[in-house]
Design a protein around this ligand. Sequence first.
Ligand code: 5GP
Length: 126
Amino acid sequence: MTYTYDDQNIFAKILRGEIPNDTVLETEHTLAFRDIAPKAPEHVLVIPKGAYVALDHFCAEASDAEIVDFHRTVAEVCKMTGASPGEGGEGYRGITNAGENGVQEVPHYHLHILAGRPLGPMLLMR
Ligand code: 5GP
């Protein structure tokens, strides 16, 4: 795997405390915070604290502890938003973008959790 991590990306700056964020939940290995330009009433970004560029990078190279912590945090965020169908909520969507075709804007792995309204079709067809 030949990912190169750019430590000047905006989420690296958030993790270093160089720019503020609206934190939802923080754990040893993971940070969840509100998206600055929300696309739904609830729009939370969940990121690992480690230097991973994209989902496949994280899944291939993160430690078991980081991977478990990340996903437990996702579950907690879904619960906190009230969106989890398993908690009686109306549902949510988890999205991650990677690279050029995925139209990834910030090169630090992040999972978008979107909720609070019907989210429409998964992709626009064009
Ligand atoms: P991507 O396109 O990489 O999957 O998504 C990047 C997301 O990061 C976008 O939804 C964008 O609104 C969000 N974002 C970009 N800069 C900032 C920032 O400085 N703070 C926060 N909280 N979100 C940001």
